[in-house]
Design a protein around this ligand. Structure first.
Ligand SMILES: Cc1cc2nc3c(=O)[nH]c(=O)nc-3n(C[C@H](O)[C@H](O)[C@H](O)COP(=O)(O)O)c2cc1C
Length: 102
């Protein structure tokens, strides 16, 4: 979190929340990163068996808590990501890369 120029936060929806590994990452990095990553660009992507909005909101909350700056609208997949969703993800990566340059 401290060294990177931008952050892409992504997770499947597991039990109406982010995956445990992601939550553990945030649990362990919060104090070391607190107020040291403010304004760093981030993008968010998520997948779910149902609507992806729940996991996206869960990740968004972490972006807010860490005071990251969302560089683009999140991308979500319901079920297996389609080719169109994968292209949206590539575009998300491009926008994140651009945001790190400005
Ligand atoms: C343990 C577990 C819990 C899940 N809980 C949910 C859920 O609450 N809501 C939902 O829409 N999908 C749920 N799913 C479906 C996953 O979100 C979906 O399979 C995932 O987005 C695909 O990523 P994966 O291949 O890494 O599992 C769950 C899947 C697993 C394995």
């Amino acid at each position: 979190m401290l060294e990177c120029d931008g952050v892409a936060l992504g997770s499947p929806d597991y039990f109406s929340d982010m995956a445990g590994g992601m939550k553990d990452f945030f649990d362990r990095t919060y104090y070391p990163a607190q107020d040291r990553v403010t304004g760093k660009p981030c993008v968010i992507f998520g997948s779910a068996g149902g609507p992806p909005s729940v996991v996206i909101e869960s990740l968004r909350k972490m972006a807010e808590v860490f005071k990251l700056q969302e560089a683009a609208e999140p991308v979500g997949a319901s079920g297996t990501p389609t080719a169109a969703v994968l292209e949206e993800c590539r575009e998300l990566g491009r926008k994140l890369a651009e945001a790190t340059q400005s």
